[in-house]
Ligand binder design. Sequence first.
Ligand code: 2AM
Length: 483
Amino acid sequence: MSKKADIGLIGLAVMGENLVLNMESKGYTVAVFNRTTEKVDKFVNGRGANKNFIGAHSIKELVDSLEKPRKVMMLVKAGAAVDALIDQVIPHLEEGDIIIDGGNSHYPDSIRRTEYVESKGLLFVGSGVSGGEEGALTGPSLMPGGSPAAWPHIKDIFQNISAKVENGVPCCDWVGEGGAGHFVKMVHNGIEYGDMQIISEAYHIMKEYLGMTHKEMHDVFDEWNKGDLDSYLTEITRDIMAYEEDGEPLVENILDAAGQKGTGKWTGITALDLGVPLTLIGESVFARCLSSQKAERVEAAKVLGSPIKKFEGDKQAFINNIKDALFASKIVSYAQGYVLMNEAAKEFGWDLNYGGIALMWRGGCIIRSVFLNKIKDAFDKNPALPNLLLDSYFTDKVKDAEQGWRNVVGQAVIAGIPVPTFSSALSYYDGYRTEKLPANLLQAQRDYFGAHTYERVDKPRGEFFHTNWTGRGGDTASTTYDV
Ligand code: 2AM
């Protein structure tokens, strides 16, 4: 009998094709199936010709061609298609076999599917796959979560096909139980929104306030890419600054109305649900929303617009301040993202591998950067670190950047240049390090109008008091309404 396949894949769109070509190039035999079966033949006789692929024309054929425990991975459209396929695959599998969803699923679906598949005696993995079509072929960042018992069986394949960083360290490790893999992929995408927005604010200030040319901005991003800000997004921004069409920078001919596919929004909604101040990513999503109101902004500019003031002073010193603002905001963004993961871990009972997550993002994906090594170091030092801002490396870096950061936010506000992420990150930083916030007044107001009660600074936590503020309305405290 001919050799059985190490893994099976359902869904031969570009991502699926590239991922199986990657697997095959690492020495694995892969069985492939697609709903529209002509695609199977086209692939096996085309890009997959003379390689170790087994083309299957039914799910049964696919499953029968697999080594045990069978690993069936699907890369299909997120949503109902995944549930439908799971139900089609299950009757062909045996106890201990593994279903892997590598699509762009929302994490609550992966939580539900893990429970469902496990209830059938099988194992489930929901894996984030980042890096796009090219990453799938050459080495993606992979973020698998689900049934922990599945990991030893898929570890070799996943780590072999993933991106590698220094010393061959794979950008793939076990993330955690249930929907943890897709959750971490979602946060990755949210952080990507934030990283893109902070760079865009730096560009806006350099162009409009400092009046810099694209060549000058190119050189600044090139310089920044050699230090703490060394990252894929800094690198491509540098290259975008230099890209010309008919002798003009192409970027200036691109309409300033941003699109979005929804993962930033999911991250923001999850943060609100879990009560986590994820302000920078939230502002990044809103900044895209505001940008997309292009026609209305054009009209508003006529009514409300005033010329932006130009910078006067030491330009180079201010460029250094912008770098400080960018770096400090980035630290705040990742600090907030990690707090969100921490809260989710508590809420859903996941044992998340925080340092490992930084390593998974270190290569293969859009937010890859040198900076992530420092996050890994921070969690290696203290796995229970509550906030990255409290790690000594990040504390020192933020303090070093603080003055420049304040200067940029202050001057941008005075000049009328929007800096939603630079400024909200600074407000978060200031709020986080403020021992006494004005929430005592909020509590007084809540008790005044709704008898919601308050705790006192001169009494132990957990004791609640109500004051009859007006002398009317009685002394009854509200117990049914708490927001
Ligand atoms: P198709 O080629 O038969 O359309 C991306 O759309 C991939 O998801 C394609 O391989 C597509 O198969 C597959 N897909 C989408 N919906 C599906 C479904 N309900 N069942 C199986 N595969 C599906």
